[in-house]
Design a protein around this ligand. Sequence first.
Ligand SMILES: [Zn+2]
Length: 499
Amino acid sequence: MTAAPSPDRTGGQPAASPAATDLAPGRPIVFRNATVLTMDDAHHVLPGADVLITGDRIAGVGPGLAVPEGTAEIDATGGILMPGMIDTHRHMWQTALRGYGADWTLTQYFVWNYLQWGKSFRPQDIYAGNLLSAIEAIDAGVTTTVDWSHNLHTVEHAEAAADALQEVPGRFVLAYGNIQAAPWEWSATPEFRDFVSRRFSGGDDMLGFQLAFDVPPAAPDFPEKAAFEVARELGVPVTTHAGVRGATGDDGIRLMHEHGFMTPSTIYVHAATLSADSYNRIAATGGSASVSTESEQSAGQGYPPTWKLRGHGIPVSLSMDTSVWWSADLFAAMRATLSADRAREHLAAHSKDETVTHHFLRAEQVVDWATRGGAKALGMDSLTGSIEPGKKADVVLIKNDASPVMFPLLHPYGHVVFQAGRGDVHTVVVDGRVVKYDHRLVGSDLGKARQVIGQTVEYLQGELGPEAWAEGMHPEIPETRVLDNPYTYTYRENQDSPS
Ligand SMILES: [Zn+2]
């Protein structure tokens, strides 16, 4: 930690904040007087601290930092500065239909995307969804997002996905998948290999690469083996939906384990409905779980599993899954995850006529999962996930002077989880570059995203036709049977037959 006092600062008063135009890439930046959640190993919280960024790195953390001449000073008084959040699983292409599936179950999602309409998406539709999703991520303070891109039915679709991610100044990982074909088929094609070597041979830490596919209860000969071997040969991780009720389960985990494909870089998405034996295999091989609490709660993959993962010592990161229901808002993920874990704990206790007097899971832990946990899951812990000198400058300033919710600031972790929201994201820096400042995006073309999304929505409405479009958005509601209520009955009786 560098903490040399600045000779030119007087009385601890921060300098006036610069205009967005003064924050050109390359100019050093210092945040003055923030409450800094470092998320370092000891989880140091530093009140009244500065964070200096030079180039793409964090250069100093501490009170009253001396800064190079020409440094832009951002007044962070009253704000919380924390590492950029990391979403380890989001189907970014689906942001093209933001909110369309708000009332879906997982079954309806599968039918609509996998069986009926997923194939209708053209490369430009994947591009449109990814572009909007990527901008939404950085706007919400999510500086790294894994694009779990499982509708790449041609390499042109993959080019479009990667193009959009590279157009937006965030950090992304393209997790390549294709629900329209078997993983051992698409990963074996020369076009796929050519795409990977063309676009991912440079070691660019702004755009990583993974393979994304699932292992459903399947053929005993484990055909997915060939796809795992491709990942191994390319030296890239596999991310897989595991422990999803009705889709993937213990069989897939056992096959992966028996064939030696469970590694510390493997990410098990949801991991909600597995046996103790499967959790033991994940823990023993060092993999991690990506928990999408809002998704598990609404879609029905299984109860959000952090209460079980904690018991097995499995590392956790957080994710939002898809904006076809939810959004890129990791504040929502932290809040839902903490609440779901506690709700489960209370229910379990109440079923034994006991009372929980002390919570196991703390706000501090879910902030860790949303930041450092993601970096560790992605093998990027030496790069990002904490505010420490030498790390890449991926940081978020939560500050909103117009909001009654920003004070008093007593419990910074609790404030992040239960008080703040993405509307309070004031400034976002990715790789040393300011991408949002004073609540406004910098360097992202939202107008272009609006235009291409409009074209995609219009095209998809045309493909489906008005009836299927409306039916898809408004699935049938099962009949609700209202239980007999003796009091209501008595009341009616009295009303109908006055005495
Ligand atoms: Zn998913």
